[in-house]
Design a protein around this ligand. Structure first.
Ligand SMILES: Cc1cc2nc3c(=O)[nH]c(=O)nc-3n(C[C@H](O)[C@H](O)[C@H](O)COP(=O)(O)OP(=O)(O)OC[C@H]3O[C@@H](n4cnc5c(N)ncnc54)[C@H](O)[C@@H]3O)c2cc1C
Length: 467
C-alpha cells in the first residue's frame, strides 16, 4: 500500500509537459541523420552498433565516456606493457561470442581462473587479521542442489519473461532460499563469484538466479573464454575504428523527442558533444543505458516509462588495481566475516584482493548495497590493506596506492518483490518498440555480456523490421 502511494505521489510530481525539439535553426553540419540512434556504447550498445553497421544500417552511438566498452576496463602496465582486464573478464563458449570476436580477428582462449601455485588467505578486513580456523566449505554438493533448483526455471536464461504467477521461491530472500534447500555450503563461493549483488542474503532469489544462472554454472564446470592477449578492450578499440565518426564520445543527451514517431516521423535527439550541440534525426532509438530516472533527464518519458523506471533500485560495484600492498604475488586475500552468518563480510566492503599477471599489482573488487562516493570506497580499501599490513600477516609496512580505479555504479538494477508480483517485467517488456524505442542492456536481462549479446540479437530483429 505504502509502495503504491509512493509511486502515485512521485508520478504526480513528474507529470510535466513532455519536451519537444524544434529542428529549425540547425546548420546542416550539426544535423546527423541515421537509421538508428544508440544511446550507450558499452557492451550491448557497441554490439548493436556493429551488428547493424555490418547489415548496412546507418547508426550513431552516443556515449558518455571517452571510450567504448562500459564495464570493460583494461590497464596497461607501464613497466611491463602487459594488459590486465580489471572489469569484464569472462565469456561463454557460444557462437555469438566466437563470431563477434572473430569479426575483429581477436583470438579467444580458455580463461585461467587461478594460476598454478596460487594460494588463498582468509582475513577479516575489519580487523586485518586472519580468521583463525576458517576453511572454505566444499561447495560441490550444494552447487548441484542449487543447479537442480535452477533447472526448474529455464526461461531465466533468456530474459525476464516470467509466468503470470511468479513462483514463490523466486521471490524469497536468498538467505531464506538457502535455508529452505540446505545450500549453506555454497554461500561463500557464490558471494565471491557473483559479486555486485549487494546484500546477497536479502537479495531476491530471482536476481541471484539471473546473475548466477545455468550458463554460468556450466562455465564454472567446463571453463570460460577470455581474450588470448588478456585485453578485452581491444574489441571496443577496433569497433570504434570501424564506426569512426558514427560514435559521439564524451557526449550526453540534452533532449529526446519521439512525438512524431507514431506518425512516421523521426525520433529527434539533441546531444551535447565536445564539438558542440548536434541534432540527431533517426528512424529508431535503442537505449542501452541503465534506465534510472536520473540517467534519463531530458528524455520525453511517457507516464508508463516513468512509472516503471522509477521503481528500479540498484547496488554498487567498484574495481581497481592496487600496487604497494606487499601481498605476495600468487596470493589471494579473501574478506571473511569472523563472526557473521556464513562468514560473509558486511557490505560495504572489499570482496577480495587477487593477484594479476604483473608482479606487485593486485586486483580489488568492492561492493555496496548503495552507491558511495568514489573517494570513500578508495579510502575504505586502503584502510583495509593498512589493517592487513598492521596485522603483519605479510610482514610489510608498505604504502598501498591505486594504479587505477573505476566505479561501475549503478550496478544490478532490481525492483521490489511486490512489483515483480504485480507484473513489472511484463509491463517493462511491453515497452519494446513503442514510440520507435527499443531497449537492451543488463537491466533487461542480466550482467553477463555473452548472454546480453544473444538477448540483443533478438531486440535487433525488432529494430530491423520496418527499416
Ligand atoms: C567489474 C565488473 C566485472 C564484470 N565481469 C564480467 C565478466 O567477466 N563477464 C561478463 O559477461 N560480465 C561481466 N560483468 C558484467 C557486465 O556488466 C555486463 O556484461 C555488461 O557490461 C552490461 O552491458 P550494458 O550494455 O548493459 O552496460 P555497459 O557495458 O555498462 O554499457 C552502458 C554504457 O552506457 C554509458 N552510459 C551510461 N549512461 C549514459 C548516458 N546517460 N548517456 C550516454 N551514455 C551513457 C556507459 O558509460 C556505458 O559505456 C562485469 C561487470 C563489472 C562491473
Amino acid at each position: 500500500m505504502l509502495f503504491t502511494l509512493f509511486l502515485a505521489t512521485s508520478l504526480a510530481v513528474l507529470a510535466t509537459t513532455l519536451p519537444t525539439i524544434n529542428t529549425d535553426g540547425y546548420a546542416p553540419s550539426s544535423i546527423v541523420t541515421r537509421d538508428v540512434c544508440i544511446i550507450g556504447g558499452g557492451s550491448t550498445g557497441t554490439y548493436s552498433a556493429i551488428s547493424l553497421h555490418d547489415k548496412g544500417i546507418s547508426v550513431v552511438v552516443i556515449e558518455a565516456q571517452d571510450r567504448l566498452g562500459g564495464h570493460t576496463n583494461t590497464y596497461t602496465d607501464p613497466n611491463t606493457n602487459e594488459t590486465i582486464d580489471y572489469g569484464v573478464v569472462l565469456f561463454h563458449n557460444i557462437s555469438v561470442v566466437n563470431n563477434y570476436f572473430a569479426r575483429f580477428n581477436i583470438p579467444l582462449t580458455k580463461a585461467v581462473l587461478s594460476s598454478p601455485g596460487e594460494t588463498s588467505t582468509y582475513v577479516d578486513f575489519q580487523t586485518g587479521k586472519i580468521v583463525a580456523g576458517y576453511t572454505p566449505n566444499d561447495p560441490t554438493a550444494a552447487l548441484a542442489a542449487y543447479a537442480a533448483q535452477l533447472a526448474q526455471y529455464p526461461y531465466l536464461e533468456t530474459g525476464f519473461v516470467l509466468p503470470d504467477s511468479v513462483p514463490a521461491d523466486l521471490l524469497l530472500p536468498f538467505g531464506d532460499f538457502v535455508t529452505k534447500y540446505a545450500l549453506q555450503d555454497m554461500v561463500g563461493f557464490l558471494f565471491q563469484f557473483a559479486q555486485g549483488l549487494g546484500d546477497l542474503l536479502s537479495q531476491l532469489t530471482l536476481y541471484v538466479f539471473k546473475n548466477f544462472g545455468l550458463s554460468v554454472l556450466q562455465g564454472v564446470q567446463n571453463g570460460f573464454l577470455t581474450t588470448l592477449d588478456q585485453d578485452n578492450s581491444e574489441i571496443y578499440v577496433k569497433a570504434l575504428a570501424v564506426l569512426g565518426q558514427d560514435v559521439l564520445l564524451t557526449s550526453h543527451v540534452l533532449a529526446v523527442d519521439r512525438s512524431a514517431s507514431s506518425s512516421g516521423g523521426c525520433v529527434k535527439v539533441l546531444v551535447q558533444t565536445p564539438q558542440g550541440v548536434k541534432l540527431i534525426l533517426a528512424k529508431k532509438l535503442i537505449l542501452t543505458i541503465p534506465p534510472k530516472l536520473h540517467n534519463l533527464e531530458g528524455f520525453d518519458l511517457s507516464t508508463e516509462e516513468t512509472s516503471l523506471f522509477l521503481q528500479f533500485q540498484n547496488s554498487a560495484y567498484y574495481t581497481g588495481l592496487l600496487r604497494g600492498t606487499k601481498i605476495p604475488d600468487l596470493t589471494t586475500v579473501n574478506n571473511i566475516g569472523a563472526a557473521t552468518q556464513y562468514n560473509l563480510p558486511i557490505l560495504p566492503a572489499a570482496y577480495s584482493i587477487t593477484p594479476t599477471r604483473v608482479p606487485g599489482l593486485h586486483d580489488v573488487k568492492f561492493g555496496s548495497a548503495n552507491a558511495l562516493p568514489d573517494e570513500q570506497v578508495k579510502a575504505d580499501i586502503i584502510a583495509s590493506v593498512n589493517r592487513i599490513n598492521a596485522a603483519r600477516i605479510f610482514n610489510s609496512t608498505a604504502e598501498p596506492e591505486f594504479a587505477v580505479f573505476a566505479s561501475h555504479t549503478p550496478f544490478e538494477l532490481t525492483v521490489p518483490k511486490e512489483a515483480i508480483e504485480g507484473g513489472f517485467y511484463k509491463s517493462l517488456y511491453m515497452l519494446q518498440g513503442t514510440r520507435e524505442t527499443w531497449y537492451t542492456g543488463a537491466a533487461w536481462h542480466t550482467h553477463d555480456s555473452s548472454l546480453l549479446w544473444v538477448f540483443t540479437e533478438g531486440v535487433l530483429q525488432g529494430v530491423l523490421e520496418g527499416l
